[in-house]
Design a protein around this ligand. Structure first.
Ligand SMILES: C[S@@+](CC[C@H](N)C(=O)[O-])C[C@H]1O[C@@H](n2cnc3c(N)ncnc32)[C@H](O)[C@@H]1O
Ligand code: SF4
Length: 437
């Protein structure tokens, strides 16, 4: 138990490596056999207790930001984008026939990237049309579209609204031009201000701003000012990530991960604590470890809430991750391989993992705790397997460490625990998946 809790990771300098826990079991456990199991799972009767949502990955960006770890391509032209959308259309047709999907109405659609707003208006319309076999032509009730501030025009925003987008998410990252340039962002502060105002004028009810704490060279004063400038925009929600430097980032690849250039983990956590305290003082409420919202009644983030609760997620596009009928799968990681396979009429799945009942429960525990609280009895009632002993022991240890408290059957993550939740979640994993953490 003691060894379990003395993991040195994320205590000091920001070193090369990963931090954010996005799924369970971790991707390293997914395999080719798992891909076959996942494809077979697409022919199972859907579980009536699980909703369905759609994700579409748009892997194009104007420029690769130095800190970014997503699957993105720069320098693709209009024909490349048309070809990609045609592949999405073909993938949608293939998926819509499968028993686990056919006839279901998605609760949400999340178009993420990459930079979805890199697409011109005509391409955006083609993309939404491409999804018709899955949506039936009607926009799902919750529809998020990710935008990079330098890629927005009034015409594009009006088209997005007409197509049913309910929530815009702007990758702002920082409000200081020096910071933006030093970290390879393609947009300026001025563009943030003008596109945000335009989005309000066009009338989007929900606008989220993503910020990144700990960009290269960032100081206390710059962070504090960034939070003030963000609040001045009056966004509906603010999502703050702590910078991590996985090996595929430009910073890591170019050997630029020097402790003197990046705020350490305790500093990033302090910045998050200060930012959220400032937002709470302005009337915002924390709805997860990363997000503060202005009006809890109105601000909905369906994608996050459904995925963290274990609902079905059908993800289209290169490298996209799905979770259907209790099975994970990931699409081909390279655009050429992805497009070739769908053009042959094949599902472009490259790896997957069929979760045991216990793994499904642990996954929903791990993701659910990111909300800040979770009803353990309700979680156990949803699954046929009990909470495994090692996860139960880890929960007790986290209580002892002040990360969690328990009130009858509700687990509550403490304020401090929430700031560093991704550091502790791997302790709830099955020990076979904890190697390398
Ligand atoms: C796909 S991007 C958002 C949309 C758009 N591509 C943009 O950047 O404007 C999703 C978010 O991931 C976060 N992110 C990217 N690289 C990160 C890193 N190395 N560490 C932590 N968060 C990161 C950023 O906050 C970014 O807004
Ligand atoms: S952070 Fe956004 S804009 Fe930058 S490379 Fe990544 S996906 Fe593209």
């Amino acid at each position: 138990m003691t060894t379990l809790l003395t993991s040195p990771s994320h205590e000091g300098a920001t070193e090369q490596g990963t931090y954010f826990v996005s799924n369970y079991p971790p991707y390293g456990a997914w395999s080719r056999q798992g891909a076959r199991d996942a494809i077979a799972g697409l022919d199972l009767e859907p579980d009536p207790g699980r909703k369905l949502g759609l994700y579409v990955h748009i892997p194009f960006c104007r420029k690769r930001c130095s800190f970014c770890y997503f699957k993105v391509y720069t320098g693709k032209n209009s024909q490349d984008i048309s070809n990609y959308i045609e592949a999405i259309a073909q993938e949608a047709r293939l998926l819509a026939e499968r028993r686990a999907i056919a006839g279901r109405s998605p609760e949400f659609l999340y178009v993420g990237g990459g930079t979805p707003s890199y697409l011109g208006e005509a391409h955006v319309r083609e993309l939404i049309k491409a999804l018709e076999p899955l949506t039936g032509g009607a926009a799902p009730p919750a529809f998020t579209f990710e935008c990079e501030p330098g890629t927005i025009s009034r015409g594009k925003l009006e088209a997005l609204q007409e197509l049913g987008v309910t929530r815009l998410s702007f990758g702002v990252e920082h409000m200081n031009d020096e910071m933006l340039a030093a970290n390879g962002r393609a947009h300026s502060r001025k563009q943030v201000l003008s596109t945000f105002a335009l989005a309000r004028e066009v009338g989007f009810a929900q606008i989220n701003v993503d910020l990144l704490a700990g960009l290269a060279g960032e100081t206390d004063d710059q962070w504090t000012q960034c939070v003030e400038d963000t609040l001045a925009l009056e966004p509906d929600s603010v999502t703050i990530y702590q910078l991590e430097l996985p090996p595929n980032t430009v910073f890591a690849r170019d050997g630029e991960v020097e402790p003197s250039r990046f705020a350490d983990w305790p500093t990033k956590r302090r910045w998050l604590r200060e930012a959220f305290a400032r937002m709470q003082a302005s009337g915002f409420t924390l709805t997860s470890a990363y997000t503060a919202v202005r009006d809890v009644e109105r601000a909905r983030f369906a994608y996050r809430d459904h995925v963290w609760r274990g609902d079905d997620l059908l993800a289209l596009g290169v490298s996209a991750f799905s979770h259907i009928s209790g099975r994970h799968h990931q699409n081909e990681k390279h655009i050429e391989g992805y497009q070739t396979r769908v053009s042959r009429g094949e599902l472009p799945v490259s790896r997957g993992h069929a979760l045991s009942d216990t793994e499904r429960l642990v996954r929903e525990l791990v993701l659910g705790l990111k909300h800040g609280s979770l009803d353990l009895r309700e979680l156990e009632a949803r699954h046929s397997a009990p909470l495994p002993d090692e996860s139960a022991r880890a929960l007790e240890a986290l209580e002892g460490r002040g990360v969690l408290s328990r009130d009858q059957t509700t687990l509550r993550v403490t304020e401090e625990g929430l700031l560093e939740i991704d550091r502790w979640l791997p302790l709830l994993f099955d020990p076979i998946y904890r190697r390398g953490i």
